[in-house]
Design a protein around this ligand. Structure first.
Ligand code: PHB
Ligand code: FE
Length: 334
């Protein structure tokens, strides 16, 4: 059970034809029809403005924003709409981090307590996701997001991130994924060996010395673009994930992230975090490593299901160290 909250989503009755509720958050409104999410707002200059997204793309992005608790820094649903996590409050914005929207004065940014955005986004996600559509699944492994309201898929949208406390496989921690636990090997990873390393700890160190087959663990992931913790050492989080199709958000960093491409290939579009101006294309093949600097936005494309290790610095301090110039924006200077 969630803790009681003083915030409630502001909604309308379901639309008489499409069947979905509309939602209000500050000066933003959100509506869905059979194909699209429509976001409307009043600009700082007092003019009406709006933005339209494919409903599948919108729900996949909304799922990540909710599932990751607004993540690190910016979760851009596309290059117009998104959120910035301030870790107690969240900015909701449209056009603010897009040089052309800024220039045209059609942007709006509003700050809310995180809980207010969370309850609104959770109810929107639950109301707008139909039976048979799983926003965490690969497009080829789920049904359609389109059409009029048709039931719901609470089992999928209420999935929680699998976060190890120390390491997968340790006592009282996340366990290896198995057929029996509902995690069959994915169709794309049928060739991944399922063996396990031998561990011979000295007596008394059974809960300290540990190893597991990370490839086998990932081969059984049922979701895409959903980093989970497999090991945690202080603020060092190993967040491997399986990727297929497009990262549903454009992530804007507030810290450096490292990527290790464990299998197959992902191409990344990198841009300026503030303006959305393109900066680089990064093609990562199995074995490649890259770092995403703290001032970029990035979105990945994985033509075949692949394994990616994302290494996060979870320090609550590092954001401010970077902002105030005590830590660098780039992790390495050549
Ligand atoms: C990222 O924004 O760095 C990111 C997010 C989700 C993933 C991989 C990378 O699955
Ligand atoms: Fe990122």
């Amino acid at each position: 059970m969630d803790a009681p909250t003083k915030f409630r989503a502001m909604t309308t009755e379901p639309h008489p034809v499409y069947g979905y509720k509309a939602f209000y958050l500050g000066d933003f409104s959100f509506e869905r029809d059979e194909y699209f999410a429509h976001i409307k707002w009043t600009t700082v200059a007092g003019k009406p403005a709006s933005h339209t997204m494919d409903i599948g793309n919108f729900l996949r992005a909304l799922m990540r924003d909710v599932g990751w608790g607004f993540f690190y820094g910016w979760v851009n649903f596309d290059n117009v709409f998104g959120t910035t996590n301030h870790y107690k409050t969240v900015d909701v914005f449209a056009g603010t981090y897009n040089a052309n929207y800024k220039k045209a004065n059609v942007d709006l940014l509003q700050n809310f307590p995180s809980e207010q955005v969370r309850v609104t986004f959770v109810e929107m996600l639950e109301d707008w996701t139909n039976d048979g559509f799983d926003p965490y699944a690969a497009p080829q492994e789920t049904g359609t997001p389109y059409g009029r309201k048709n039931g719901s898929n609470l089992k999928a949208v209420r999935r929680v991130r699998q976060l190890a406390q120390r390491c997968v496989g340790l006592k009282d921690d996340l366990q290896m994924r198995t057929d029996g636990a509902g995690y069959p090997v994915n169709r794309a990873f049928a060739d991944v060996p399922q063996d396990a390393p031998e561990i011979h700890p000295e007596p008394g160190f059974e809960n300290e010395v540990h190893a597991f087959n990370l490839f086998a663990y990932l081969s059984r992931s049922d979701v895409i673009w959903n980093p989970s913790f497999t090991s945690v050492v202080k603020h060092s989080y190993m967040c491997p994930t399986t990727e297929e199709h497009i990262l549903p958000i454009v992530h804007g960093n507030d810290r450096v992230e490292w990527f290790f491409q464990m299998s197959d290939e992902i191409t990344w579009d990198c841009g300026d975090k503030i303006t959305a101006e393109p900066r680089a294309r990064v093609v990562m093949k199995a074995g490649d490593m890259a770092a995403m600097p703290a001032d970029c936005r990035h979105q990945g494309y994985s033509p075949k299901r692949s394994m990616l290790l994302v290494w996060e610095n979870g320090s609550p301090q590092v954001v401010y160290d970077i902002l105030e110039g005590r830590a660098p924006v780039n992790p390495v200077s050549f």
